[in-house]
Design a protein around this ligand. Structure first.
Ligand SMILES: Cc1ncc(COP(=O)(O)O)c(C=O)c1O
Length: 478
């Protein structure tokens, strides 16, 4: 008997009582009270999800995709419950967003209070304290012991765009350097900065100009140099710098934008020394160094920001995703003299630093601090590393295990080669979902499985998710 069957048999009658059209009469209540369990009561997707999919197909642009075939009814901690009453262990956290847990209690409370107080005034019209408090907090928690400023926005892409605007205003230069495999968003400028064409850029050009791509440090795929030496971090940085100097010219570059651990590109951790060498070169040449910590930041890697693992202090840091426990908020934080360079009124946006999102961010930060989530990220990372290394030791299709803290991944390949196996990654993710575990794929080659559990998840639930993954890898479907 498979675990799926076991879980179906032992499933409780919680969840929807009857299939009454599409309205869920007894929707489970999200938040902390939601049982932290994997529980399957229907096939996946179940009938309600299938009915919603049919409605969606007629109503929602087919250009918007979804990884999972089921529809959410509630979420809490590290689980998502669907409209059919199935409870899934969530290893994706809405793409690294619900790091403090879905509907985390402090976030729910703070949002409720703020909504009752005021939902919006527009900080550019009538400012409010929450925005200032989030700016103070980001100035405090980002690396660097110097005077800082913060500007708040709504999405990660917006934060990245604004970092570029600020760097251009500060330097009077226009060139932007980004890296292979980078992902920075889907707006016009950030599409130009994002490496992968399909599906992010296909048919959407022309793209913003003066964006230049340099080679990244990608330890699993870097191989050896002309003399047969492994391309270590400093060598990879020298390779990138040579490309920039030859193809752009350092004096034309306003900023270098880099993800300290690449997210969508495949959870690539650059070799040690790559980021420090790049930073030093940027500073020698008057270039603003921007760490895009949208995915890797805010406790995810066991440090507040991933660049701390290499001890580097960026000039600007972009944040989003995890910072507000699920509400849309993003920011650019950095050196005061750079942040203050644009003209007054040059930065902003109707919703930037929305008061509800700011209240959520302050509550999320309190949760990280008071619940010891930095330590939890490290502990979850150790658990995942142990499980993934054991999997890699017995399954040659797992070519690489990498990541930092609770931002882990495996790169899947044809055994004994580096040939990407995207089909396998897709099959594993699909089969895992059918067994009650949500896993996301990523990577330029689509062959990476990434693991981003909520930092509020307990060891037992996480271990159960990896038991399921082991079964999936061992099973015929994989
Ligand atoms: C590193 C990085 N930068 C920017 C973005 C864009 O963020 P958003 O989707 O909120 O615009 C993402 C999103 O995945 C990201 O991972």
């Amino acid at each position: 008997m498979t675990q799926t069957e076991t879980h179906r048999q032992t499933a409780t009658q919680e969840g929807p009582a009857a299939h009454d059209g599409l309205v869920l009469q007894e929707a489970p209540r999200g938040g902390p009270g939601l049982p932290q369990e994997r529980r399957l009561v229907t096939e996946v997707p179940g009938p309600r999800s299938r009915a919603l999919a049919a409605r969606r197909s007629a109503a929602v642009s087919h250009a918007v995709g979804s990884s999972m075939p089921f529809y959410a009814a509630a979420a809490g901690g590290g689980v998502v419950v669907d409209v059919d009453g199935n409870s899934f262990i969530d290893l994706g956290s809405g793409i690294a967003v619900t790091s403090v847990g879905a509907s985390a209690p402090r976030v729910v409370e703070a949002v409720g209070e703020q909504v009752a107080q005021f939902t919006h005034t527009c900080f550019m019209v009538t400012p409010y304290d929450g925005y200032v408090a989030v700016a103070e907090a980001l100035n405090e928690i980002t690396p660097g012991d110097f005077e800082k400023r913060t500007a708040l926005f709504t999405s990660g892409a917006e934060a990245v765009e604004n970092a570029v605007k600020i760097a251009r205003a500060h330097t009077g230069r226009t060139g932007v350097v980004v890296f292979d495999h980078a992902y920075h968003g889907r707006t016009n400028l950030t599409m130009a900065m994002t490496a992968k064409n399909m599906p992010y850029k296909e048919g959407f050009g022309p793209f913003a100009t003066d964006v230049h791509r340099a080679p990244l440090s990608y330890p699993f795929r870097d191989g050896v140099d002309l003399e047969g030496n492994p391309v270590d971090g400093p060598a990879a940085a020298a390779r990138a710098i040579a490309v920039i100097e030859k193809q752009v010219g350092a004096s034309n570059v306003a900023c270098v934008v880099v993800e300290p651990v690449q997210g969508e590109g495949g959870f690539i951790v650059p070799a040690e020394g790559f980021l420090p060498a790049l930073l030093e070169w940027a500073h020698d040449n008057g270039i603003v160094f921007v760490a895009d910590e949208v995915q890797s930041g805010f406790a995810r890697t066991g440090a507040m920001f991933a660049c701390e693992h290499e001890g580097i202090v960026p000039d600007l840091v972009t944040t989003a995703k995890g910072i507000a426990g699920g509400l849309p908020l993003s920011g650019v934080t950095g050196r005061a003299e750079i942040m203050d360079a644009p003209v007054v009124g040059g930065l902003g946006g109707t919703y930037g630093g929305n008061p509800v999102a700011c209240a959520a961010a302050l509550a999320a930060l309190a949760t990280v601090r008071e619940d010891g989530l930095l330590e939890r990220a490290t502990a979850l990372g150790e658990l995942m590393t142990t499980r993934l290394r054991a999997l890699a030791a017995r399954d040659p299709r797992v070519g690489d295990v990498r990541g930092r803290g609770a931002m882990m991944a495996v790169e899947l390949v044809e055994p004994g080669t580096h040939v990407p196996d995207a089909a396998l990654a897709g099959r594993v993710a699909k089969e895992a979902a059918q067994r009650g575990v949500m896993v996301l794929t990523c990577g330029t080659f689509g062959n990476v499985l990434r693991f981003l559990p909520s930092l509020a998840m307990g060891d037992e639930l996480l271990s159960e998710a990896f038991d399921v993954l082991d079964e999936v890898f061992a099973g015929a479907a994989a």
